[in-house]
Design a protein around this ligand. Structure first.
Ligand code: FES
Length: 186
């Protein structure tokens, strides 16, 4: 016959306490899982607040206009850049995200510049009579090749990659930080 070892009077309450403590910890973990999952779902869009541009091709080019819309004399013409945007919650169809100057040189090369002045971001106008881009904010001007005519803007106009595909003009639209010498995309 096997004899049972008698348990001490303090061992039983200690085992009870450990069991209850473990149950509390497991219960807390199980209860926290949905709360954490909910918080992640709720705050994830805030983390991903940045809007992405839809409709670009694999290289990031966006259709801006048709080639037939370019000025027939080769003068720069400003075009809005329209795109569908999306953030984590919403879509923003047909949103103007900027504007660009487009023109074709006498050699047939298509050029593109953003219309934002690299000084403080004002919109630059094209002055056909002077064949210059002029910024009205601080009386600066830029040549057709984008170089600046005074030292107020920290750099020349920002050129953009552009291509013609099946009669459409596509631009790799970017914005750059204003007020600094280097071209840093924002
Ligand atoms: S914003 Fe264009 S020169 Fe200042």
């Amino acid at each position: 016959m096997i004899e049972k070892t008698p348990t001490s009077s303090t061992e039983e309450p200690r085992r009870d306490f450990m069991t209850k403590a473990l149950a509390v910890v497991v219960g807390a973990i199980v209860g926290l899982v949905p709360i954490v999952a909910g918080a992640v779902t709720m705050f994830d869009p805030l983390i991903k607040r940045r809007r992405s541009v839809l409709g670009t091709d694999d290289d990031g080019f966006l259709k801006v206009t048709s080639a037939s819309s370019l000025d027939s004399t080769g003068a720069p013409r400003m075009f809005p850049v329209i795109a569908d945007l999306q953030d984590a919650w919403n879509k923003f169809p047909n949103t103007e995200i900027g504007s660009v100057y487009l023109w074709k040189t006498s050699e047939g090369e298509i050029k593109a510049f953003t219309s934002r002045c690299p000084h403080l971001g004002c919109t630059v106008n094209y002055k056909a009579s002077e064949k210059l881009f002029g910024c009205p904010c601080h009386d600066s001007s830029f040549n057709l090749d984008g170089t600046r005519n005074n030292e107020i803007p920290p750099r020349g106009m920002d050129s953009l990659d552009v291509k013609e595909v099946d009669g459409e003009i596509l631009v790799k639209f970017q914005k750059f930080r204003a007020g600094i010498h280097d071209r840093i995309p924002v």
